[in-house]
Design a protein around this ligand. Structure first.
Ligand code: HEM
Length: 428
């Protein structure tokens, strides 16, 4: 197992146990290797991966799709050129298959967002506010009289699960199944190894079995909603006419959109809420400041997202030509591992980056949701969930403290996922 790195040669962000020392590693990377080469970790034999940790470099990459194409776009281009039915391609999940018709280029990517997801999880997500509040209150009701709560399983995890289920129109009775499918989707990001999150062959097989179950379950749901539409995202997707194609979506395409919502919309917000409660316990004065003035909640959430990015890094871009970052040459065909969490700690971008400052100027320029044309499409929904959740908790809890039985360990992979948090509290 990894121990806390003290020098660059001890930094390995992907080693078992590395997740306990990521922030110490980022300080070393900023100081000594802001562009860190990982030999032989590219996608093609003989190519390398580069870990980028500077805010300016990552912001440049995500804004320029031509120079730094997203890996999914490269895959989708290959699917389109192969000229078969992408839904029949082995080892291509429904989300990627649906991209071949719904968003094969930047223009349709924008339309996909504006017409299909924005009304539900983007700017239109305010329609979900009452539902989120009801859900948060029900969860709080479940533990407020106990004086103790296991924060992850009793709040941070079920809240985004139930919210996503309600948004989609997923039966709440099958919430465990949603979690099971969600776990199947993110498996490479938890159990995969190296910067490309590679699963061992036997795990790939079992992952695809779960994804097939997910596809079949969702298909049934789509068929039901076509027959009897309700006020939910799946029903909407069965009826909306998608303007670039001038037609309604097929079942497979809807399935692909649902997959994207499930892979993106569950754990991420869970981890944000878990990290934020730790910050509230550990950073003096923040809880009291929020109790006194709720208008500071927005800044707290942005600082929380900056200080503890739920998705720490993703290898989502390639170089389409030779480039240089910080004077380090990066050849064409390299994989770029964008370390959002390190960019959020870049001392050239942030004054005293490790401090939680409620008065930080333009704190939302952190990269936890990325930026540019591919910025997380669910950022609005997640921010709303966090706002509503903390408002409700602050109304009813006078303050949290750690209870016995915490080891503060995180799950492996590339997400910052605290596994368990026993807390005690007094009521307001
Ligand atoms: C704290 C919560 C969240 C974080 C930290 C987060 C972070 C990210 C990041 C870093 C990306 C990659 C963007 C890029 O490659 O440039 C992304 C993409 C994505 N996120 Fe999120 N996300 C969160 C919540 C959500 C939610 C609630 C949803 C769905 C409702 C969602 C759906 C997606 C999808 C579908 C993508 C892929 C891009 C696309 O298909 O358009 N995310 N997210």
């Amino acid at each position: 197992m990894m121990r806390c790195p003290r020098s660059l040669d001890e930094v390995d962000l992907f080693a078992p146990g590395a997740q306990e020392y990521w922030y110490e590693a980022y300080d070393i990377l900023h100081d000594q290797a802001p562009v860190h080469r990982l030999h032989g970790e590219g996608f093609l034999p003989g190519t390398d991966a580069f870990v980028l940790s500077k805010h300016a470099d990552i912001a440049q990459v995500v804004r320029d799709e031509e120079a730094f194409p997203p890996l999914t776009s490269v895959l989708v281009r290959q699917l389109v050129e192969a000229d078969g039915d992408p839904f029949d391609s082995p080892r291509v999940n429904v989300m990627v298959a649906s991209m071949a018709s719904l968003r094969p280029n930047p223009e349709l990517w924008r339309a996909h967002r504006q017409e299909l997801t924005d009304p539900w999880v983007g700017p239109g997500s305010s329609r979900n506010e009452d539902m989120i509040r009801r859900t948060a209150c029900e969860l709080i009701d479940g533990w407020i009289d106990e004086g103790r709560v296991e924060w992850v399983s009793q709040f941070a995890q079920p809240l985004p699960q139930m919210v996503m289920a309600n948004v989609l129109g997923w039966p709440l009775a099958d919430i465990e199944l949603l979690k099971y499918f969600g776990d199947g989707c993110v498996k490479p990001f938890v159990y995969g190894s190296g910067p490309r999150s590679v699963l061992p062959e036997n795990e790939v097989k079992s992952q695809f079995e779960v994804l097939e179950e997910f596809r079949l379950y969702t298909h049934e749901l789509i068929v039901e909603r076509r027959k009897a539409p309700r006020d939910d995202m799946i029903s909407f997707l069965t009826r909306v006419e998608y303007s670039p194609l001038g037609r309604r979506l097929t079942d497979g395409e809807i399935n692909g959109v649902v997959y994207a919502m499930v892979i993106g919309g569950l754990e991420t917000t869970q981890y944000a809420l878990a990290e934020q409660v730790e910050l509230l316990i550990e950073r003096d004065g923040i809880w009291a400041a929020l109790q006194e003035d709720r208008s500071r909640l927005r800044s707290f959430i942005e600082e929380g997202m900056r200080l503890r990015a739920p998705t720490q890094g993703l290898s989502t871009r390639m170089t389409s030509r030779d480039v240089a970052f910080q004077g380090v040459p990066v050849p064409k065909g390299s994989v770029l591992h964008l370390r959002w969490a390190a960019a959020n700690m870049d001392p050239e971008e942030w004054e005293c980056p490790h401090e939680l400052r409620l008065d930080r100027k333009a704190g939302s320029r952190h990269l936890s949701f990325s930026q540019g044309p591919r910025v997380c499409p669910g950022a609005h929904l997640s921010r709303l969930e966090q706002m509503v959740a903390w408002n409700e908790v602050l109304d009813r809890v006078a303050g949290f403290d750690y209870d016995d039985g915490n080891d503060f360990l995180h799950q492996p992979g590339i997400m910052l996922g605290t596994l368990k948090l026993n807390l005690r509290f007094a009521r307001v």
